[in-house]
Design a protein. Sequence first.
Length: 478
Amino acid sequence: AKTKKSSKPRKPKASREELYASLPICEVKCPLPDDQKFCPDCGTPLEPMGYTFVREELRVIPAKLFRVRYLQQKMRCPGCHEEDETTIVAAPAPASLFPHSPASPSLVAMIMYRKAGLYLPFYRQEMDFGMSGVPIPRETQARWFIKGALEYLEPIYSRLHEELLRRDLIHADEVPCQVLHEDGRKATQKSYMWIYQSGSDGKPPVALYEYQPGRASVYPIEFLKGFHGMIQCDGYAAYGCIEDVILICCLAHARRKFFDAVPKGRQKRIRLLDINSEQALDEPISTEEDENLLPAEKGVAFCNRLFFKERLYKELSPEERKAKRLEEETPIWDEFWSWIDTLDPSGGSKLEKAVKYALNHKESLMNYLLDGRCEISNNSAERKAKVYATGRKNFLFHDSVDGAKATAIVMSLVETAKANNLNAYKYLYTLLLYMPDYKNEPSGIEQLLPWSIFVQDKCSGIIDDSLELPENRGNLPI
């Protein structure tokens, strides 16, 4: 097939200075030893010429754990004491995160971030803490993780859920998981982590995970109760049971079915275009006249032409994107459906499945043309599904339902924080620092959402020593 080059330039690589710009700089001066400060030829004392830059290296200081003891000052009234009446005044002291527990916001936030952000199972964290001289059993970590998530982070999660339902577009997907101990179910039964993410609507992004024991339509119906916008999904029938919404089917799934119908020996010749890639691409030209392509290859080529167009529209406003789509992509769709009508694949073949999938989802595949905020694929939700799947490869399963729910909550906050350009660890730490006093105050919860000015100021940038300590913590600006 003929191609023509995209004019989009390749993104230049960042320099070291750009990569390390956020790191503090420590200068190490290398002075000349005293016995070498004389001219080796005549013995005259040498004169200083200053210091010149030689090289730069990156250093890491391993995390340190230490014990903090709060000593509360108490004072009494000497006058009352002389009259056998004691008046004692005690200084305020920070309350513990959990009663009778050594857990601190910084420690629990680190355990949460390692599990939900770095996918480190508790047993690996136990080993790491052990090398630091602190035995924190995996069972203790699990208790802190679950209690912190369900007691302090769940109100933030619920508020994000409310925000998501107010949006016009939601991307949805689901990925299998396993829970070992759940009433009425065997440990080997398959459960699901559902993913719901806001679309490209110009508002702060929200990404939520929700644990459910199954894949039935009742779960998205309940979670999305009150939502009346557009749902971008993979065509799974459960989403079709949601009332008063517009379904937008993922073209990447339709393309994959055509790709799977291509003989294995010819698949290596095919390139699946990705609109998010920075690599220079070739624009596919119409393949209708190319006699060398098999029908399945032509199906992939049609999809690639649409994906290529979408890449050109990425920087446009929703209104401009919609106009361009209607002008340039509608003819490709018309050509595609006319070509589909000419096919008569054999029963049960992969090509027949691809054709049936396209025809069964004809309307929803084209519904993205209705609104410029919609995407042609559901890849954004699938990337969030891949995040959980990557974690699952490491922690394998959840021991309890509470553990699965806690993981969904913490992973939701981590991914939403990252999407809002926050440092995920600093955000979890800030929530655990303030939520014990504000979990029942709606105005306080508003100040702790990822896009609030307070959080953006506190939780951006790198992890450093400037974290607000419990003993110095002020009040939220409410």
